[in-house]
Design a protein. Structure first.
Lengths: 670, 717
């Protein structure tokens, strides 16, 4: 065991000795693990996979009998809206994950969701099926039917460890706690008559039960629309009511907003077919019961008395009495609450208590940029519950997003507790351009977790280190989290971003095709930031609104591409190369050996490509056909003196003469 | 000289030039009148002729025209008919006479061939240039110009004309101006490109005739350079005159009336005027701006600063600038950037087309587009040459395309599997694919080698499993062996040679002294002698366990060098013969060439690899330096160049500096920067030298790439 954990181990051992008299191995009701993962949903299993791959001491605790129990119930109408696109026309596994929103990450090429479903929008029952398959094929250690009801922290010299107690009173002592319990507590808003309202979690999914009924749905998210859509053919009138207007995912690029797959009601609303959307606050309303039907009214109209108890509701208590064209003046047969879910904060006790995030109406716990609970060190939040970092912007609350953040957290764990630095690919700087193009053309992590996970390139002169999928908000703590140092050459950050300008998503001018105006790109496109030194926490806080990163010393947008293929020489490659040349202050062009030879003779410092290739005996020769092109373009001098290249241009003639000539593999031909 | 009279004078030249001379001013001299003319002390230009052929006739017509033009400069043009009156010295015996003479008094200033003074412009320009010989300086280099500037600083301004060819109308215009203004300005004439560079012309070859005004009179300190203004109009007499007048006019005129009432001292010159408005609050700032604009537009546009505070200025506040073209109304506009102004005058008004403002903006945008479109041109030679081939489909049929499914089976099959890993967005990869296909073609009839490639853009897992971090990469797979990375030049020839040499097992185990001899003499594997005459033999005693180190090293060097291994009792005898101890290395460079022998001390394969690599390099005589020369370049050898050549040679080969000590008394410096300029080891030719003596070409005829033809051994005779 590595040093850090060994130390932690010692600490907790001491604490154990202090708190529990007797030998802990003899205590049947206490289990010890380096890592406890709470919840065997997609995030828990995903983390389980990484922990098992790095052979860590871990356990996944799950209160239900199988993985992914949420999906056994939700979505209520049993259609997953996460895209399961099997045919992409590509063979690139990494690229294909861009369009596979359900699979978890593993090194098994066939352990993909498409094995259980071929549907673009799969049946929800297939998801637990997939998770079981994932768990069993990878042999993950999951303890089912373990319902952890209480979590305490023990704090020794600022180092927290966690004690989990299950329904049998068994304790699990964990050095690191990874909470992946998801969001499953239905969100409720307290208003007069909220008890008269049915919840999404329990409402009937049989459309026949809604025959000729007027239905009021509170909420305008995917669950509200999903419910509405299922009863569209039976209900007489469906009204959706919530404070904010509908946000369409295809307009906001946020998959948590209303997806087109659920939005049939928009049609019936806009074509005036008796359905409709209304905006209004939830706190001030009241639902009252009058003559077997429900009315929506305002609490202030109830004159202080609680309408549903005691006194009868009169016409004056209803808004239609005061305002004769009030939209929701007609009574409803049902009122359904579809307001989403919240994190279960109740099981965290004392020092383990998690603070609420300020976003999402406090439904989510607050976490650091590396997903550690704020104030609860060694406790990390994974999966949907960690969505407060990118709520309403990126995909961190969804499987296709958090599978990557889980991987990032695992790399943080490896560094912090086992001193394994963040994996990096060491590249020759002359290969950097090609490598960046490779990543922007295939990488799925930065593509799904746009603006959140970005590739970091540590510039080190002739070489650089390429780190994948670092949580960019954590940049100020980069060295501590990754175990890698920033040299004086600075760093580049490659992220994917949508444009910040709000344009008509289907209107003219929605896409930019000129590379010179790449910064105006609206669709997802790669953006590269250059910092000579790491941004500080303050820089990060004060970054411009909507930016994933603080203002860099130089920034480069690669123009959005209709096909998301950023590999064209004029529009993508050359502008990027010029940007890199600017940041690295060196010429990054490629040269034929002939040119390298000339440049080596005439320059103190030949271009990098020549230094790393030609001068290393690995130059690129080309052939006369290509040279001809370069000469015609004026990029190569027409005559290189009287010396005739003997190697490649005159290849076939050369061999018969070779007699006793050449003694070295390096070309004499220049 | 008064400006007005100068105009009159110049205008009359022009009319003379344009109108056909009704009465010829050409004087027909007799022998007597010629003598009188010469004695009168006047300057005269005289043609002596006899026979008249069509060429002479045409010349005489031009001569007549020039008589008219040169009359104004007090130069009499005449001709002498030698067939009637023979004038001594000048009338020669030739039938067709092609000489003209310029006399000042009785002295001949210069004689011209009539091919030089072929027309009226040539005659006038050459004659005036000769007459003004002392006044117009002819300079060619920046240094000469600086000398003229130095002399003129604080005294007079300089007018410099760049004339590409003498005798053209531009030259005439410049000479006429020099004649008129010669007393006032120092005239300088140049035809040279170096000077243009000095004056900031980017591409001297494309430049037409030009004229600069160097403001030297106002320069107080010697160290300051003379600011200069370029005349942007064509070199004609009238343009030069206008330009010079404007140079005299104040840079900025200030007025307190509306633009249409403004009078400037150079009104008569008909130049466009630019009006800028100011008020007392921003006067100083506006004045600075106006001056800088005026400086930039000097010689083209007059700039007037109008004080708005005056009650006589009625221009509405929404306009902050106006301009007036000659004979046109004042146009008002509002100005945002100074650059717009410069553009307005340079790009639009002087192009002869007047645009409305909206169109101007459009044009600006277009111009911006032009600027961008130049960025659209690929400046990477490899990328560009690949891009030019984008319409051509490379025929890669013959080369196997591997996928994730076929890869592992392919690389474990028998024989040598060569795999190229490439990505299609990398130009070098795409270009190299051509060479790769060529190698495949060349190896068609060679069995046991198969070439394949993997597209890493598609089969990303295959490439990451093989740890490919640079593109293109070529890996060699043999059954049950670690893949070998090809580390040579990415070219058809190099890869072809490497693959052929790779077929030979490395090391080749030799079992008898006869085999050793055959290996060293190149008989064994003689088909490969063509590829590599160098053979390296490891000699080990059977008891030596270090032989694994050699085997390991040989494996890595497979394809680069032919390596043999002799583990045998008789190895001792071979070592003794070459006076080394076991383990030892024998290097053979071909039959009949003295073999080199080295005792081995390397303990790791890596050390041994670099040792073998350095011993197989071309040897450099310890007392001589072998330097590059492809054209028989002779060079005096200094100690640094000598060792520079040596070290740079190693440097070029990517090998560390030689460990051999430099010969006594010579300065062995590390590769001096300047020596990098001629890394010696390209060695087409052997030069050898002693310090301080010229490098001698050792053997010129045979030295082109024929290293083995050189005589090795002691270098200094």
């Amino acid at each position: 065991m590595e040093l850090v954990l060994a130390f932690l181990c010692l600490l907790s051992f001491i604490s154990l000795v202090l708190s529990v008299p007797g030998h802990h191995h003899g205590d049947n009701s206490t289990h010890h693990h380096d890592y406890c993962v709470l919840g065997a949903g997609p995030a828990g299993l995903q983390m389980g996979y990484f922990l098992s791959r790095s052979q860590r001491d871990y356990i996944i605790l799950e209160r239900n009998a199988g993985p992914g129990s949420f999906f056994q119930k939700y979505p209520r109408h049993r259609k997953l809206i996460s895209i399961n696109k099997i045919y992409t026309g590509r063979q690139n596994k990494e690229f294909n994950l861009r369009h596979d929103w359900n699979s978890l990450l593993s090194d098994r090429p066939d352990l993909l969701f498409q094995r259980v479903s071929r549907d673009l929008y799969p049946e929800a029952d297939t998801y637990p099926l997939y998770l079981s398959m994932f768990e069993s094929e990878l042999g993950l250690k999951v303890k089912y039917r373990t319902d952890v009801g209480r979590i305490r922290a023990s704090d020794l010299a600022g180092n927290k460890s966690y004690i989990l107690t299950d329904q049998h009173g068994t304790d699990y002592k964990c050095r690191v706690l990874l909470v992946s319990t998801g969001l499953w507590v239905p969100e409720q808003v307290d208003f007069v008559g909220s008890d008269l309202v049915e919840g999404y979690e329990s409402v009937s999914t049989d459309p026949e039960e809604y025959k000729d009924q007027a239905v009021l749905i509170l909420g305008k998210g995917n669950s509200a629309f999903e419910t509405a859509q299922s009863i569209l053919g039976r209900a007489s009138r469906i009204h959706l009511y919530s404070p904010s207007p509908v946000r369409l995912a295809w307009q906001t690029h946020y998959v948590g907003d209303l997806r087109a797959v659920n939005n049939e009601l928009l049609d019936t609303y806009q074509l005036k077919s008796l359905d409709g959307l209304v905006e209004g606050g939830l706190e001030d309303i009241a639902i009252v019961h009058r003559k077997e039907q429900f009315y929506l009214t305002l609490s202030e109209l109830l004159d202080g008395h609680d309408g549903n108890k005691g006194a009868n509701i009169t016409a004056e208590n209803l808004p239609g009495y005061h305002d004769d064209n009030f939209s929701l003046r007609q009574p409803y047969d049902r009122v359904i609450r579809c307001l989403g879910f919240r994190f279960n904060f109740t099981i965290f006790d004392g020092l383990a208590r998690l603070p609420h995030s300020t976003c999402a109406r406090g439904r989510l716990p607050a976490v650091t940029a590396w997903y550690e609970g704020r104030g609860t060190s060694n406790l990390f939040i994974l999966g949907t519950a960690a969505h407060s970092r990118d709520y309403r912007t990126s995909a961190g609350g969804f499987i296709h997003g958090f599978r990557y953040t889980v991987r990032a957290v695992h790399k943080v764990l490896e560094q912090r507790y086992h001193n394994n630095a963040w994996p990096a690919t060491r590249l020759s700087t002359s290969q950097l351009l090609s490598w960046i193009l490779k990543r922007v053309n295939e990488a799925s992590g930065p593509y799904q977790m746009f603006g959140v996970l970005g590739d970091i390139i540590l510039l080190q002169g002739a070489h650089c280190e390429y780190l994948e999928e670092f949580p960019v908000q954590a940049l100020p703590h980069f060295s501590a989290l990754s175990g890698r140092r920033i040299s004086e050459h600075g760093l580049l950050v490659v992220v994917m971003q949508y444009g910040l300008n709000h344009t008509n998503t289907l209107g003219p001018g929605r896409a930019e095709s000129e590379w010179t105006k790449a910064w105006k790109s609206n669709f997802l496109h790669p953006v590269i930031y250059y910092y000579p030194t790491l941004p500080t926490e303050k820089d990060m806080r004060q970054r411009p609104v909507g930016w994933p990163l603080p203002r860099p010393n130089a920034v480069h947008h690669m123009v959005e591409d209709f096909l998301t293929e950023w590999d064209q020489p004029i529009s993508h490659s050359q502008p990027l190369r010029r940007f890199l040349e600017y940041c690295l202050k060196t010429d990054l062009r490629a040269f034929y050996a002939e040119s390298c030879f000339r440049l080596s003779l005439t320059n103190h410092k030949p271009p990098l490509f020549c230094r790393q290739g030609y001068l290393n005996k690995e130059g690129f020769v080309g052939n006369s056909h290509l040279w001809q092109h370069a000469r015609e373009a004026g990029l190569m001098p027409a005559h290189q003196g009287s010396v005739i290249p003997a190697d490649d241009g005159l290849f076939s003639e050369y061999l018969p003469h070779a007699g006793a000539a050449v003694t070295s593999t390096i070309d004499f031909d220049l | 000289m008064c400006g007005i009279s100068a105009v009159a004078l110049l205008l009359c030249f022009i009319s003379a030039q344009c109108g056909s001379p009704d009465a010829s001013r050409l004087v027909e001299h007799t022998a007597q009148s010629f003598r009188d003319a010469v004695l009168s002390g006047k300057t005269s230009f005289i043609y002596f002729g006899k026979h008249v052929n069509p060429a002479i006739k045409a010349f005489i017509e031009q001569l007549e025209m020039s008589a008219h033009a040169l009359e104004d400069y007090g130069i009499v043009v005449g001709k002498v008919n030698c067939s009637k009156d023979s004038v001594e010295k000048y009338c020669t015996g030739e039938e067709v006479m092609k000489k003209t003479y310029l006399f000042r008094g009785a002295d001949v200033l210069r004689s011209f061939d009539i091919d030089t003074v072929f027309d009226v412009n040539a005659i006038v320009s050459h004659v005036l240039f000769s007459v003004l010989f002392t006044e117009v300086r002819y300079v060619h280099t920046p240094a000469e110009l600086l000398a003229v500037e130095r002399a003129a600083k604080g005294k007079m301004d300089i007018v410099m004309g760049h004339i590409q060819v003498l005798g053209l109308p531009e030259h005439r215009a410049l000479m006429e101006a020099a004649f008129v203004y010669g007393a006032k300005y120092q005239f300088v004439q140049t035809t040279g490109a170096p000077l243009l560079k000095h004056l900031g012309v980017a591409d001297p070859t494309s430049v037409q005739a030009r004229l600069w005004f160097l403001h030297c009179r106002g320069v107080a300190h010697r160290s300051e350079p003379c600011p200069h203004t370029l005349m942007r109009k064509p070199l004609t007499t009238i343009n030069i005159h206008t330009f010079l007048q404007l140079m005299e006019a104040p840079l900025l005129t200030e007025a307190a009336v509306d633009p249409d009432e403004v009078k400037v001292v150079y009104n008569h010159l008909n130049v466009p005027l630019l009006f800028l408005f100011t008020q007392s609050e921003t006067l100083q700032l506006d004045r600075d701006t106006a001056e800088s604009v005026a400086r930039r537009l000097r010689g083209e546009v007059g700039v007037v600063l109008i004080h708005r505070d005056s009650h006589r200025v009625k221009t509405p506040l929404k306009h902050n600038a106006a301009y007036r073209l000659p004979q046109e109304e004042v146009r008002y506009f509002s100005l945002k950037k100074v650059e717009e102004l410069i553009d307005l005058f340079r790009e639009q008004l002087f192009q002869g087309t007047e645009e409305e403002e909206e169109e101007e903006e459009e044009e600006e945008e277009e111009e911006q587009d032009d600027r961008w479109s130049s960025l659209d041109v690929l400046d990477d030679e490899v990328a560009e040459s690949v891009y030019r081939d984008r319409g051509v489909m490379l025929d890669t049929e013959a080369v196997t395309k591997l996928t994730a499914e076929t890869f592992s089976a392919a690389v474990t099959q028998n024989g040598l599997m060569v795999v190229l890993f490439y990505v299609k967005w990398d130009a070098v990869c795409v270009a190299f694919l051509q060479s790769y296909v060529e190698v495949d073609d060349a190896l068609d009839d060679v069995s046991g080698i198969e070439l394949a490639y993997v597209d890493c853009g598609e089969w990303t897992v295959v490439c990451s499993d093989q740890n490919i971090t640079s593109f293109p990469s070529v890996l060699l797979y043999r059954p049950s062996e670690v893949p070998q990375r090809y580390r040579g030049m990415l070219g058809t020839g190099s890869l072809h040679r490497f693959l052929l040499l790779s077929q030979v097992p490395s090391p080749t185990s030799l079992s008898s002294s006869a085999e050793v001899l055959s290996f060293l003499e190149g008989d064994l594997y003689n088909t490969n002698s063509a590829l590599s005459p160098v053979r390296v033999l490891g000699l080990y005693s059977p008891a030596d366990t270090d032989v694994v180190v050699f085997e390991e090293a040989a494996k890595s060097l497979r394809g680069e060098t032919l390596l043999g291994l002799f583990v045998h009792e008789e190895a001792e005898r071979w070592a003794e013969e070459h006076s080394v101890t076991l383990p030892a290395l024998l290097v053979s460079r071909g039959p009949g060439i003295l073999r080199e022998a080295h005792s081995l001390h390397s303990s790791t394969p890596q050390e041994l690899i670099s040792y073998i690599q350095s011993t197989t390099l071309d040897p450099f005589g310890s007392n001589s330096c072998w330097t590059v020369s492809s054209r028989g370049l002779s060079r005096v050898c200094s100690s640094t160049t000598c060792f520079g050549a040596l070290t740079a040679g190693h440097w070029r080969r990517g090998v560390s500096l030689p460990t051999r000590a430099p010969p006594a008394g010579r300065d062995h410096r590390p590769v001096a920067e300047e020596n990098r300029r001629w890394p010696g080891a390209a060695c087409r030719c052997g030069l050898r030298c002693r310090v301080g003596s010229p490098c001698a070409l050792l053997r010129l005829p045979g030295c082109y790439g024929r290293r083995s033809a050189w005589v090795r051994g002691s270098a200094e005779p």
